[in-house]
Design a protein around this ligand. Sequence first.
Ligand code: GEK
Length: 240
Amino acid sequence: MKDNIFSDKLCQIKDFDFDDKVAAVFPDMIRRSVPGYETIIKHLGSLSRRFVTDNSNIYDLGSSLGAATLSMRRNIENKGVHIYAIDNSSSMVSRSKKIIESYESTIDVTVIEDSIENVDIENASMVVLNFTLQFIEKSLRTQLLRKIAKGLNNGGLLVLSEKIHFDNPITQNFIDEMHLDFKRENGYSELEISQKREALQDILIPESVDDHRKRLLDAGFSTADIWFQQYNFASFVAIK
Ligand code: GEK
């Protein structure tokens, strides 16, 4: 279904919410808004083949409709693996349960409606934060990454994908323009782009690559590198 949420002029722009309207158009919205999204989803599968171990857990934190979960589940050949997909939007959770159930697999998936701040991470070989940390209050981010590092087994992998900010204003400006061009090329109007931007401005807080890298290393990861970047969207791999 096509994302037309911000296409008409709104009298009042409310903060962005992952409600039923958003969940219904989410695959179209994220594909047309986030450069590289489909590439990242595909490669979560190949990363899972390399990092997931027998008898361990995988956590997909902020799982939306389950795209990352399904990509990993399609690729894993290990025994005794359990995937936990967690999201605090009831609309996303109810839809993702149906989507995930519609594919056959021997790998168990539990979809949980909760805030990722509340969930215990244990015996994990892979954890995914695919464009979710950016929605968590800044002051809670370090604590969350520490919990993830603690719950990962040695050699386990965190994939952290985020919209990023550049400290250099010249770079920030022209790369932001390139992202806007990407949205225009994908059929979003100037009105849609500006209304969505306003709805997201206090909700999605991007940070710089240096801030992310420093936080990952402080939180207990032994590596923190970028494996993919397009414009102001980057995906880090951090190994415990
Ligand atoms: C994908 N990973 O398709 N606790 C749990 N869920 C949260 C929280 C929170 N505190 N805050 C936000 N969310 C997905 C895409 S979308 C990214 C992730 C985007 C959830 C929110 O409900 C939404 O489903 C998701 O994080 C962010 O690979 O829309 O840009």
